[in-house]
Ligand binder design. Structure first.
Ligand SMILES: NC(=O)c1ccc[n+]([C@@H]2O[C@H](COP(=O)([O-])OP(=O)(O)OC[C@H]3O[C@@H](n4cnc5c(N)ncnc54)[C@H](OP(=O)(O)O)[C@@H]3O)[C@@H](O)[C@H]2O)c1
Length: 334
């Protein structure tokens, strides 16, 4: 397994992390047994970074990870690092009611997460979306106190814009920014990525397959369950979906010429953007995980990158990456 370090102050982690969200929420129903087998297979392959959020099915995802860690071989369990997001407020019907970054809330969220994970510390802790009503200094300051007390090892950010990143980094060392980054979501390249590089902050990139859209497995006629985020994501709607899948068809030709799958090519492209970037892959089945790990063997030279750029030029995606009301919560887009 290749390794990368999260920023100048963060931990060394496997070059690919496993995002566990889809094992509990947002992409329709998942298979619990297969999810745990996928986490075990990832650990066995040397993946050390497991990403979750306390709000992924209201604690379900953390409990799933806790169960997988308890039943994993001791060596693998000790190597595993958890990256946890908090702050999103839910209701019993699964609704979303904003974000809470107040210091007391941060510590409350952490207390519950540690219990659900069955761990005595969280490796990287971050608010999922910047709370517009609480200065980031206060939220990050509360995590810094959790670090001081030994409950958290490192501080991260999620979907924060350059100004917020600078303010946060002035309070305490920030290991990484978790943010969407893929062939069809390159918004960070202009300001956010340079700011992170200047400050020694790593990137954990999510949505590197654009939630499956550019995985090569998403078909034009796929029916999505009512509880699947993609059913309301602009990029998966009507004409947008057809145009985005045309890009995937172009990428497929490039991938096939190089003996790689579409998903492997898309993940390898993110890996090629810099040693400071760790893609999180959202595999929830062992076969998908195996495919994703194969990206580590795909080396993209200048000709390959040029061919990929021609197939999927920057800004080519049709539709925003979130519905309008969720775009409004993204500090990174302001
Ligand atoms: N900070 C944030 O705001 C934020 C937001 C979203 C996610 N995240 C984190 O980032 C992680 C990754 O995000 P994501 O799940 O949207 O990413 P993704 O890797 O772009 O998409 C994952 C989906 O792609 C499909 N897929 C097809 N082939 C695959 C392959 N070979 N390997 C992996 N997936 C394949 C799967 O859908 P099917 O199973 O339906 O085929 C899977 O559910 C999440 O698990 C979560 O931990 C963070």
């Amino acid at each position: 397994m290749l390794h990368r370090t999260l920023g100048t102050t963060g931990p060394q982690v496997s070059a690919l992390g496993l995002g566990c969200m889809g094992m509990s929420a947002l992409y329709g129903d998942a298979d619990r047994t297969e999810s745990i087998a996928t986490i075990h297979a990832a650990l066995d392959a040397g993946v050390t970074l497991l990403d979750t959020g306390d709000f992924y099915a209201m604690g379900h995802n953390e409990m799933l990870i806790g169960e997988a860690l308890r039943s994993a071989p001791a060596g693998a369990r000790e190597q595993a690092l958890t990256s946890v997001k908090f702050g999103a407020l839910r209701d019993p019907d699964g609704g979303w009611s904003g974000y809470d970054g107040r210091p007391a809330a941060v510590k409350n969220f952490a207390a519950y997460s540690l219990q659900r994970l069955g761990l005595d510390h969280i490796d990287v802790y971050r608010i999922a979306r910047v709370d517009p009503d609480v200065p980031i200094e206060e939220t990050v300051g509360a995590i810094a106190e959790l670090v001081e007390a030994g409950h958290v090892r490192h501080i991260g950010l999620s979907e924060a814009g350059a100004d917020t990143i600078r303010r946060a980094a002035a309070v305490a060392p920030i290991a990484d920014l978790q943010i969407e980054y893929s062939l069809i979501s390159r918004g960070i390249e202009e300001q956010i990525l340079p700011a992170c590089r200047e400050l020694g902050i790593g990137i954990t990139a999510y949505g590197v397959l654009s939630r499956g859209l550019i995985s090569g497995h998403f078909t034009r006629d796929r029916q999505l369950a009512a509880n699947d985020f993609r059913g309301m994501s602009p990029r998966f709607q009507g004409e947008n979906l057809q145009r985005n899948l045309d890009l995937v068809d172009a990428l497929r030709k490039v991938a096939e010429d190089r003996g790689a799958s579409v998903a492997q090519t898309a993940i390898a492209w993110v890996l090629s953007r810099g040693e400071d970037i760790v893609p999180l892959v959202g595999a929830r089945r062992r076969d998908r995980l195996t495919e994703a790990l194969g990206a580590l063997d795909v080396r993209l030279g200048a000709d390959d990158l040029a061919a990929i750029e021609e197939a999927v030029p920057a800004g080519a995606a049709a539709g925003d990456r979130y519905p309008a009301e969720q775009m409004a919560h993204l500090d990174s887009e302001h």
